[in-house]
Each structure stands twice: as structure tokens, then as C-alpha cells.
Design a protein around this ligand. Sequence first.
Ligand code: TEU
Length: 586
Amino acid sequence: YPDPQWWKEAVVYQIYPASFQSHPGSTSGWGSIKGITLRLDYLKSLGIDVVWSSPICQSPQADMGYDISDYKQIDPHYGTLNDVDELLGELNKRGMKLMMDLVVNHTSNQHPWFLESCGSRQSPKRDWYIWQKPRSFRSDGTPEPPNNWAQILGEANSAWNYDEKSKEFYLALFTPEQPDLNWENADVRAAIWDVMHFWMKRGAAGFRMDVINLISKVPGYPDAEETLGPGHKYHPGLKYFVNGPRLHEYLREIHREVLSKYDTITVGEMPGVSDETEILMTVGSNSGELRMIFIFDLVDIDKPNVRMALKPWDVKEMKGIITRWQRVMIENNGWNSVFIENHDNPRSVSRYTDDSDEWRFKGAKLLALMQITLGGTLFIYQGEEIGIRNAPSTWPIEEFKDIETINYWKKCNDLYADDEDQMALGRKIIDMKARDHARTPMQWAPVENAGFCDPGVKPWMRVMDDFKTINVERQVKGNDTDELSVWQFWQTALLYRKEHADVFVYGDFQELSTQDPKTYVYHRESQNGERWLVVLNFSRNEVEWIMPEDVEIDFWLCGNYTKGHVEKPTRHVVSLQAWEGILGRC
Ligand code: TEU
């Protein structure tokens, strides 16, 4: 059983600052740091210990702050350093902590480091970024990029961008506005440690580290295999920059130089890696790298080779992924995060359950019950606690603001404008996968702008049409039916998770339903033998789960259908209604 640590038991809440809460008097239509501070009592009452905000540092906002032009200043959209200090003070008063989003695989192309690096091969900062000569020139003199890697947020384009003045290409894996730093350069690494010290000294408790597993690239930048098919010139080069050759060296160095000096909570965002040995090198108990990472297997369950595409999946596959990582961490003494939403993914209630008016509450509570009973550090994404769903397919495409969606829609139009089926598929992919779904303004109350910003102000992104029925005010109050609201369910369940951390955070995990196509059943057991059984029906059909002979339930504590105790047989056969989940003590 793992050693108890505060950062293992903590519940982390991710804020997307642009869309969380504006403050009274603000006319920008953007959320702000002052707005976050105003909502700390709300978060505390939900049961949150740590707030992680997506980037708030100075940024031209080419990718919503994931393009930073000054790591030690706050973007004017969000406020000032004083606002951060005030936020830290107010968090502290409530026994809560702040995690910063550390975006250091790349900077903004407006960062002074890049401006200096650009333009001349002799610049002292030239080597801070990744510059390469053209591979060749076309007959008309146009330079060809050094290799065939595609941009991650716009796969129709090259990841390399030409600088006319110095006649070389720089690498920018995400968008041209996000040039990749050259981590091979020791001065770059020292500059990053300095940024980390700056925030730790100011009072941050740690970092969520953006695409931290992309910082080491394979030397020579080999061509990617051509996997995207006809019409595509560029291809995903993941193999050559995901968990690259020097990653672990860099992470250990960060630990030695910075993290080991503080009591931190760190989580590395690590898309594209699923290899156990690799992952345990980072999150094994003696790794000396990071506390935990985000593993993407679950949120990428429908991803073939690029995000804006679809791949079929089923509940069995989903269960397999969850069970696998629960077991791997237990068997190898590693530590993991538990999450199903973030600002880069569609809403979980729409994706893994049924977001129709009839079933959405059951679905959202089913997912809550699953997450609060899984081992690891729990991350909740803003709006997940009230079951916000995906934007509807009736929204005009102009409502989608994300650069990835915009690039993808442009690609569809460039390639398939005359092909109705392809265009319909493109739109369907946006409706199912766009990052925008997670970025609609928070739904606080049944008032104009959903209480996100002042009446009369236009929010930067459209508020969901359903805010009058799905909002915090209504769900905190609850209603007179015999059901808890999604919010109340989360609140109650989080209390329960904390009281029984030995079981739910640290306990053993055994799946009992591997052969079952729709039901997910697992045991959690603490070191001193406290045992709970979780039974989740991931389908719209009623199902029966036949208990193994040796399983006997003392009582069913709760479920997502009723407020009180659940009336079900404690042996033999349990029948579950659509999207029903129950928790029983063995
Ligand atoms: O995302 C990195 C990342 O690779 C994904 O989450 C991505 O959107 C997709 O899954 C690719 O398969 C991080 C941030 O979370 C995202 O918002 C930024 O756009 C990106 O890095 C660049 O900083």
C-alpha cells in the first residue's frame, strides 16, 4: 500500500480561466483571477483542496495562453501579479493551494527569447530554439521544410516555419506561434528552473507541466511515417518527440534543481505514451521525477492518429484502460492521476454516457461515482461537477473559437468542399471532439450570461443554451425529487472519498467484470480489510450482474438513482437500471 501524502489525497479542480468567472465591473467578457478568488468558497464547499488554473501568464493568446510571452507577468485579460497574490492569500486562509500551468516545451513567438533568436543565425539566443536549414528548394526557389512533421493543432501544415531573414526553419509542434524551446541548451533549462523558483517562492504549491514529455527530440529529426493518407503532405512525428532520448535526464534535473527543494504537487501532461516501463520511470515511487502524470489512454480512446478524427470504441475497452492503470500503479508502487475531462476534451457526460435530457444526470453521477472510487489523485474539470454537456450540433461553426477547430474546419473546406459526406463527417468530428466543448463559460445561475460575466457584456465564447436548467445555483440547492443533483452527488461523494481514503485513494483494486460488455464492477480494499464494491452500468439498458459466489454485500450505501440507501439484493443477482451505479460495503 502506498505511503499517505497530502498530494495523493488532495482533490484538484481545473479552472479554465477565460471561462470560469469574470468579476463585477469587468467588460472584457473574459474570466479573471479576481473572479476565481470570488469563487473560492464555492470550491471549498464542493470539497476542493487544490486549484489548478490553465495558463494566466502574459500571452498573445494564439492558443489560449499556452503560448507564453512572459513567464513572470500576468496576462492583462486575467489581471495582475497583485491579483495572484490576493488569490494565494485567500486560498491559504481556506487551507487550499494553487498549481500553476507550466508551459515550457515552447514559448510564444512574441517571447523576447524568440524575438532575439529570430532573424539572425548569429544571435546569442539562436540556439534557444530549434533551427534547421531547408531540406531542399523547389524549382521556384520555395524552401522545403527539414522534414515532414505535421503541426499538432493543424495537421494540414508543416511543423516547421520559415524565417525569411535568416533563411532557416524553426520547429513549432503546435502552431507557428508556439516555437519549441531547445532543451539541449543548458541555458534554456536553467531559465526554466528560474521560472519555477519564481512561482514556488511566490506561494504556488506546484505545477501541471504542459506536454512535458515532448521536450526532448530525436536528433536529426527523422521523417514521420506517412500515416495520414491521400491529400496529406505532413504526418504526425510523435515517434520522434514523445518521451524522447533525454526526457528522463531533464526531469531528474528539474527535480534536483527545483522540486526537491519544496513540498510540491506536480503532474506532467504526457500525451502519446502508454508504455508501462516508460511511465513508471517518471511516476514510480523512487523515480525522482514527478509526483504523477496525465495518461491519455482514456481520453484518447476514440483517437486514431490525430485528435480531430474518430475511432470506434466500446465499454470493454474503456474498462480495460482504467483497470490496467489501476493495477499497474498498485503492482509497481507508482502513483497516478484520475481524470476524464480537461480543457482539451469534450464533456464526459456526452462522451462516455448519454447527454439527453432524460439521462444526463444519471450519466454524470455514474461518472462521478466511478471517479471518486478509483485510486489516485482526483482531478475535476470546471463544469464537470454540474454535468455540463457538449455544445449542440445546431451551433453555427463560427461559435467554435479554438485554433485546432478552426484549422481543422479549414482543412475540411480545402480538401472536401464539394464532398457533402466528407463535410458532414468533418462537422460530426467537431461536434464530438472539438476542444471548444470544454471551454464554454461556466454556468453559475439562471440569469443573463449564466452569471459568468455582467449583464450586457458579451462573453468571449457563447454560453450554452441550457444554462437555465444546468447551473450551479440550481444544483447546489437541489430540488424536491428523491434524487441528489449532480453537484450534490459530487459533494457527498467527495466527503466520502476523503473519509475512506484508505480504501478509495490508497486501496487495492480488483475488477470483477472483465467479461461483461456493459457493466463495470470492481472491489476496493484497504490495508486493514475494509472492502467496498462498485457496480456501474454503462448502458441505456437494464442489466443483471451475477455476483460471484464469494461476494456478499453488507449493505448498499448509495447510488445515482436515489438520495438514500439503495434497496438491492446483497447476494446472487443485482439488476441495474439504465446508467445506474451503486456502491456497497462488503
Ligand atoms: O495539450 C497537449 C496535447 O497534445 C493535447 O492535449 C492536444 O490537444 C491533443 O490531445 C493532441 O493529441 C497541451 C494543452 O493542454 C493544450 O491546450 C495546448 O494547446 C497544447 O498543450 C500546446 O501547449
